[in-house]
Design a protein around this ligand. Sequence first.
Ligand code: TRP
Length: 415
Amino acid sequence: MAENETPKPEQSPSVEGEDVENESGDVVDPWTVTSKSAKGVDYDKLITRFGSQKIEPELLQRMEKVTGKPLHHLLKREIFFSQRDLSQILDSYEQGKPFFLYTGRGPSSEAMHLGHLIPFIFTKYLQDTFDVPLVIQMTDDEKFLWRDLSIEEAHRLAYENAKDIIACGFDIKKTFIFSDIDYIGSSSDFYMNMLRIQRCVTFSQVRAIFGFNDSDSIGKISFPAIQAAPSFSNSFPQIFGGKTDIACLIPCAIDQDPYFRMTRDAAPKLGYPKPALIHSQFFPALQGAQTKMSASDPTSSIFLTDSDADIKTKIEKYAYSGGGATVEEHREKGGDCEIDISYQYLKFFMEDDEKLQQLKQDYTSGKLLTGELKKVLIDTLQPLIRKHREKRAEVTNEIVKEFMTPRKLDFDYSK
Ligand code: TRP
């Protein structure tokens, strides 16, 4: 299908690009996520604006059936809530045809925060469930172009962040992590795909999709081709033996969708399959869902390097409460889980469905106080982050090197 990915109204020349606010006051693009509502971004409206599909219960049932494995809580709780062509991926899987996973990270800071873990925790579940190869792009080049960072520093951060990613438990035989700076410099196949993409996307298209303007550097303007290229299997001949037609599924937060709308537009022109997508909601800042966690604002985030004491203080001090102003008011009217950050975080990280449901009921009724809910969150996050730190400490430079060496993966692409 060669239809354009972007829904019609967005192609109107009067629309500046994706960084405009929609009528609900939300701004969502790869660089900014803000909302005027305490509940955060209106995700139903976003789906309509971006032209993706909601993940319907039938699709989830099918996924459970096809894989024969229980659904991840991030799917059941609709945190991964939107998709493009996910059912085609399930079709291929059912027919025994291989596909691969692609995700990435822009290494802009030494310390990753909790929100950064979400796509990787979910990708690890997908890798375990489908038993497929995975490529992880570290866009050190992107962060050099957008941030006040030297190339050397961005490149170093790619390797530092790779340790946190590896600590999520990816299968070393099935996972290739690469720094753009290193891999593009060594792979003519990847570069050839970048060129093919660059030739078929115009400045006016990227301006409409990303909101670029005349004062943006040409580095930024051409960068989207670099994030698009890993969607195509022949960018990795060492893994896929030069095959061009292996289907790709990209788990990502929905702010990355503009890159892949562009990719999906370009794919048929190049004779490649369009990558499928599965999108997550954002991980809210401690202060409330009007913004997502930001690594540049330490009080908005819980970092993977935070000590037990840091975690406790941050949650007690900053986590926005949906509870009543006084204990009396709270007992009487109850709390609002939709805006309560402690509850929202538990939705991401507490695996036990029944326990979570009970907390929701008790908080909504006023039986459970904000301080008590915060305590549950602290008790959930402290061991989780402690475990992450321990796993990260076990990731040696040799292990990082192995993950980041272009090599054959344990995968039969001859099918
Ligand atoms: N641009 C992303 C970021 O800044 C990194 C990235 C590259 C990515 N490729 C991706 C994210 C694919 C998700 C899926 O974090």
